[in-house]
Ligand binder design. Structure first.
Ligand code: CA
Ligand code: CA
Length: 152
């Protein structure tokens, strides 16, 4: 799904919508009459949208969740910037079976150190490192990495 056609979701009743990172363009009037739509999660960089892709009610009433590294892009992108409530809290989930948190292709002590460093530096606020999915970043996540290493 790279291009979402005009009128694609008109009159939908869904409350939340996830836009995959693969979407490049979204047409006109796609979400007209989607009055329940209050949570929009955008996984990638801003897709090209039209001024009528979303409605004024969405711009003022819906929460737009984006990744921290793209937040500034959304706050300045044409029409996306109309959203008054842009929240930078979208993170890619780490696979607990293969918690390669530092993205070097290996699950090893480097990943343990990455999470420990973050816990020490931020007190555990980087939710991307919540590997066991309990909402906190702490020694439990370090243990999940150690278990993955030992299970190899
Ligand atoms: Ca790694
Ligand atoms: Ca955790």
């Amino acid at each position: 799904m790279e291009n979402v056609k005009s009128y694609a979701f008109i009159g939908c009743s869904m409350a939340s919508l996830t836009i995959p990172a693969t979407v490049l363009t979204i047409g006109t009037n796609v979400f007209n009459y989607c009055d329940n739509l209050t949570e929009i999660v955008a996984k990638g960089e801003p897709a090209q949208i039209k001024n009528t892709t979303f409605t004024g009610a969405h711009y003022s009433g819906a929460k737009l969740h984006v990744k921290e590294q793209y937040a500034e892009a959304y706050r300045t992108a044409t029409y996306w910037k109309n959203f008054t409530n842009i929240i930078a809290d979208v993170v890619d989930k780490v696979d607990p079976e293969f918690p390669d948190v530092n993205h070097d292709g290996l699950v090893d002590v480097g990943d343990v150190n990455t999470v420990l460093d973050d816990i020490l530096a931020t007190g555990g606020t980087t939710l991307a490192f919540d590997i066991n999915g309990d909402g906190a970043v702490n020694v439990g996540d370090v243990n999940t990495i150690l278990e993955a290493i030992l299970a190899k």
